[in-house]
Ligand binder design. Structure first.
Ligand SMILES: [Cu+2]
Length: 254
């Protein structure tokens, strides 16, 4: 097969241009990116990042090792005057060896993933609950515990260091609420509730994107999350006509 290096170079340039455009988006004054490289800012995101590094290191070995063996074989068994090719077929021991090793490696990678999935799927006791509703082509957020404040097509505002549990659904088609720095990606499904939770450690603006192809403007279904102090959050709620419940667990914890 002839390598199409021109197409490869153009694709690589495209990826670089997209990365540069994404980085450049941080200049938008309305929604500054404080967390450009999606550094983890929630317990889930930290766990997911550590697990990713663990898997990348293991798979990295299996990416590089066969290449080393390949080049070693090319050098060692290359054609030479008078050399006769080997004529053997099959090697049962080798077959078993290179089947069992990958199985063991997969088990080693799979086992630590189960507690992570459990952690993601089982929210700890909530400091506050919100509702996330996807619709073509924007996100609606509701705060049922705070005088039922409802906002749509504007940033989600949440307090820092609080466990937020979100019930998610959709008004029309499948969407997915995805904020990489939070380590969460959840489908929003019409007629069903799905759930996520996050406890953000640092104030700031966080970016996300609908991650389920949902129609013609899917690519513009951005997600903005503003993580603010408890005081700023309460001010914002009151500003939006909401109320701060008495004896609210948020106030107690802060
Ligand atoms: Cu979408």
């Amino acid at each position: 097969m002839k390598l199409n290096w021109k197409a490869g170079a153009i694709s690589a340039l495209g990826v670089l241009a997209a990365a540069a455009a994404y980085a450049g988006a941080g200049g938008d004054a309305d929604s500054p990116i404080t967390n450009l490289f999606n550094e983890p800012v929630t317990p889930i995101a930290h766990t997911v990042r550590s697990y990713w590094i663990f898997v990348a290191l293991i798979t990295g070995v299996f990416l590089i090792l066969p290449q080393i063996i390949l080049f070693w074989c090319i050098a060692k068994f290359k054609d030479a005057p008078g050399r006769k090719p080997a004529t053997f077929h099959e090697n049962i021991k080798l077959e078993i060896f290179w089947t069992v090793i990958p199985i063991l490696v997969l088990v080693v990678m799979a086992v630590p993933s189960y507690p992570i999935i459990k952690k993601i799927e089982n929210p700890p006791p909530a400091d506050m609950r919100i509702e996330i509703i996807g619709r073509q082509f924007l996100w609606e957020y509701r705060y049922p515990e705070f005088g039922d404040v409802r906002i749509s097509d504007e940033p989600l505002v949440i307090p820092v260091d609080k466990t937020v549990v979100a019930d998610c659904t959709s008004a029309d088609v499948l969407h997915a609420w995805w904020v990489p720095a939070f380590g969460v990606k959840i489908d929003t499904v019409p007629g069903r509730l799905t759930q996520i939770w996050f406890n953000v450690e640092e104030q700031g603006w966080y970016k996300g994107q609908c991650a389920e192809l949902c129609g013609s403007l899917h690519s513009q279904m951005y997600i903005d999350v503003r993580v603010v102090s408890q005081e700023e959050f309460e001010e914002w709620i009151i500003d939006r006509g909401g109320t701060i419940p008495a004896g609210n667990s948020l106030a107690q914890n802060s």
